[in-house]
Ligand binder design. Structure first.
Ligand SMILES: Cc1cc2nc3c(=O)[nH]c(=O)nc-3n(C[C@H](O)[C@H](O)[C@H](O)COP(=O)(O)OP(=O)(O)OC[C@H]3O[C@@H](n4cnc5c(N)ncnc54)[C@H](O)[C@@H]3O)c2cc1C
Length: 401
């Protein structure tokens, strides 16, 4: 019987497999696609601190450095944020995933691609997992621990009755050649016409600003699908001015972001991690940093549990407690900020932009803004500018409707 079977060869599955294998456990990672990292379904904008968690250098995947963002309001007002130093890096996301999974292999994990986990059931002290191979045949593996790192559409949670994300954001986008972007700045748009319930963005993926990720995410109840708003980005002057006439898409991206932390991420012999556990930041949808952090907690708890021969629900729940104690508050604060954002009308967003366009407040945002930890900014900002509280009122009122 294996010690751990990890379902999913994304960055978080790769990290969990690496850490468990490095602790001496017999680990199998299965990925349904033929090549890890493909298709790419991400913007690939990370904070540099991610490279403190993985065991390969940024240089292997680095595309561009980003210092700030130009955020555009519904009526076209722009607020420019600039941290004055590299605040985020654009990376080759496909290569990032491959590096994570190759690290797991180097640590001793077995990796099999074109293998899909199709079901799992209890079997004595462990689980029996059915795996479908590329030729359609089905084989079985027995494991003491099943790690569901199978992303937003993950099935492991379903098999064991674990909860799903509170909300899912459909996204559409592309890697585009022929952009006219400021190389150091992301462009972002909010508002009902351009990205109802979320935002759209362009991320420069080279130091010239001539290539970039062009993407949009929308509320699942938006009047049109995400692809409609993506196509609008090519026509709408507010965004089209960043695209040359001969700009073209190299590959399209069509995926969902899970939002809203869940209350249980473990069952006996089972743990969820990454997008499968909705460990994404509700304000930005970024999930790689938080997923990697949680994979670290999972590996620590699972290592001790495997050594003690106790994979009970109670024992594995320690993992849920640990990740919650570490980043849970950040995710819950982010979830509340998202709810407040969802209740803002376009004219209120414009008003908010006008208030934020204040040198003192912008200085604070530039100093304290951190896409991994937005709550570090929220509290001091509200203390400095208590009038911003009124933008949370539509949300607060909705709680009593
Ligand atoms: C448009 C978009 C842009 C984004 N931009 C950013 C960003 O800039 N920065 C950021 O930090 N995050 C971003 N995210 C979020 C980020 O992509 C995810 O949080 C991250 O991929 C989560 O990693 P994961 O390993 O948990 O899941 P995934 O990367 O989804 O990996 C899950 C893997 O499991 C495999 N799998 C699923 N089911 C099975 C099965 N039954 N058997 C075998 N294999 C299976 C899948 O093929 C997949 O490879 C973005 C998301 C989207 C949709």
């Amino acid at each position: 019987m294996r010690d751990a079977l990890v379902v999913g060869g994304g960055p978080v599955g790769g990290q969990a497999a690496r850490l468990l294998a490095a602790k001496g456990h017999d680990v199998l990672l299965v990925e349904e696609h033929a090549r890890v990292g493909e298709p790419v379904q991400c913007a690939g904008l990370f904070t540099p601190r991610i490279f403190d968690l993985v065991d390969f250098p940024l240089s292997r995947v680095h595309l561009n450095d980003v210092r700030g963002a130009n955020v555009h309001s519904p009526s076209g007002k722009t607020v420019t944020l600039d941290g004055g130093k590299t605040m985020a890096v654009a990376v080759d996301r496909g290569e990032f995933d491959r590096q994570c999974v190759e690290s797991a292999q180097r640590a001793g994990a077995e990796v099999r691609t074109r293998v899909k986990a199709v079901s799992a059931e209890r079997d004595g002290a462990g689980l029996r997992v059915k795996l479908r191979l590329a030729d359609g045949s089905v084989v079985e593996e027995r494991t003491r621990l099943l790690v569901g790192a199978d992303g937003v559409q993950g099935q492991v949670a379903k098999w064991f009755g674990l909860p799903r994300a509170r909300e899912v954001i459909p996204c559409y986008g592309a890697q585009v050649e022929g952009t006219k972007l400021t190389p150091t700045h992301v462009e972002m748009w909010v508002g009902r016409e351009r990205a109802p319930g979320f935002f759209s963005w362009m991320i420069p993926t080279n130091a010239e600003g001539t290539a970039g990720k062009v993407e949009v995410g929308v509320d699942v109840k938006a009047p049109q699908p995400a692809r409609f708003y993506y196509e609008r980005m090519w026509k709408d002057d507010a965004s089209a001015r960043f695209l040359r006439d001969d700009a073209y898409s190299c590959f399209d991206i069509c995926a969902c972001i899970p939002l809203g932390p869940i209350k249980a991420t473990t069952a006996a012999n089972v743990a969820l991690v990454g997008d499968a556990a909705a460990q994404t930041k509700p304000t930005s949808g970024g999930g790689v940093y938080t997923g990697l952090v949680c994979a670290g907690h999972l590996a620590d708890v699972a290592d001790a549990a495997l050594r003690d021969g106790d994979l009970s629900e109670r024992r594995l729940a320690e993992y849920h407690k640990r990740w919650d104690a570490d980043i849970g508050r950040e995710l819950y604060v982010g979830w509340r900020l998202r709810k407040a954002f969802m209740h803002l009308r376009d004219d209120q967003m414009d008003e908010l932009f006008a208030l934020l366009d204040d040198p003192e407040l912008l200085g604070m945002v530039n100093l304290l803004g951190d896409i991994d930890y937005p709550s570090r900014l929220a509290r001091p900002l509200l203390r400095k500018a208590p009038h911003l509280f009124k933008f949370s009122m539509p949300f607060v009122r909705s709680l009593f409707d």
